[in-house]
Design a protein around this ligand. Structure first.
Ligand SMILES: NC(=O)c1ccc[n+]([C@@H]2O[C@H](COP(=O)([O-])OP(=O)(O)OC[C@H]3O[C@@H](n4cnc5c(N)ncnc54)[C@H](OP(=O)(O)O)[C@@H]3O)[C@@H](O)[C@H]2O)c1
Length: 223
């Protein structure tokens, strides 16, 4: 049994992280902005708005944890920026309390997004097929430009930290069942892949906690 903190435990992936961690017998702390959305849960619940994070609350939430898993992201365009702001606060709280293992959710498209810490990313992701490379990725990057930049800056914050971090980069998320069968790839996208379920992203994040080969890596996951 490990002590696990799930950040954004009310979200699509966050709920799977919470339920799968509890089902595996872990001692879980859920960091959420709206505890009513959780319903009744055996997890310890810490209320924190990560757009306006309070260091003391977060330090209390993460102190003593074996791992922190975050599925934080902006549910609406107006909330864009929360992934980088909230993750910076989580990283600072972990650094202050000596907690080292952090796994966060980013997105497959972020590998080709320029950010202050990575100003010259590759133009195309080597894993992307022709349709993804020339049709879907350019359109998605135009539509979700600010959202992807927020995630790219979040990745910069991890790379600049002293934590044992891992970035999970899924493509389009589905609300389909847990299969436990998926492909993964380090630092590039999974070849010609477009989908993954939120349940499988959560399952893979939990599996990566004790996998040293994933530390300081971006790991793509897809069917
Ligand atoms: N949709 C896709 O196809 C796709 C593909 C690749 C990557 N992604 C990335 O994956 C992330 C996770 O996906 P998802 O489906 O789980 O997203 P989601 O359901 O929108 O979950 C986002 C979580 O972040 C929380 N959150 C947002 N602002 C917050 C704040 N100020 N304080 C505290 N918590 C806050 C939300 O809390 P509430 O429950 O209170 O709103 C929710 O728990 C997305 O945000 C996106 O960046 C998405």
């Amino acid at each position: 049994m490990s002590k696990i903190v799930v950040v954004a435990a009310t979200g699509g992936i966050g709920r799977h992280l919470l339920n799968q961690s509890l089902a595996a017998g872990h001692e879980v702390t859920a960091v959420v902005r709206n505890p009513q959305r959780l319903g009744s849960t055996p997890a310890r619940v810490v209320r924190c708005d990560l757009a306006l994070p309070q260091a003391g609350l977060l330090e209390d939430a993460v102190a003593g944890a074996d791992a922190v898993l975050s599925a934080l992201g902006a549910p609406t365009a107006a909330e864009t920026g929360v992934a980088s702001i909230g993750t910076r606060a989580v990283v600072e709280a972990m650094t202050a309390t000596g907690v080292r293992r952090l796994i966060v959710v980013s997105a497959a498209s972020v590998g080709t997004v320029a950010s202050p810490g990575r100003p010259d990313p590759p133009r195309h992701n080597p894993g992307d097929g022709v349709v993804m490379r020339h049709l879907i990725a350019p359109v998605a990057k135009k539509l979700f430009r600010r959202h992807y930049l927020d995630l790219a800056v979040m990745e910069d914050i991890l790379r600049d930290s002293d934590l044992a971090w891992t970035v999970s980069r899924p493509p389009r998320l589905l609300e389909t069942r847990l299969r436990r069968r998926y492909r993964t790839a380090f630092d590039v996208n999974v070849r010609s892949a477009m989908f993954i379920s939120r349940a499988d992203v959560a399952s893979h994040m939990l599996a990566m906690i004790d996998d040293p080969s994933t530390v300081h890596r971006t790991v793509s996951i897809a069917y």
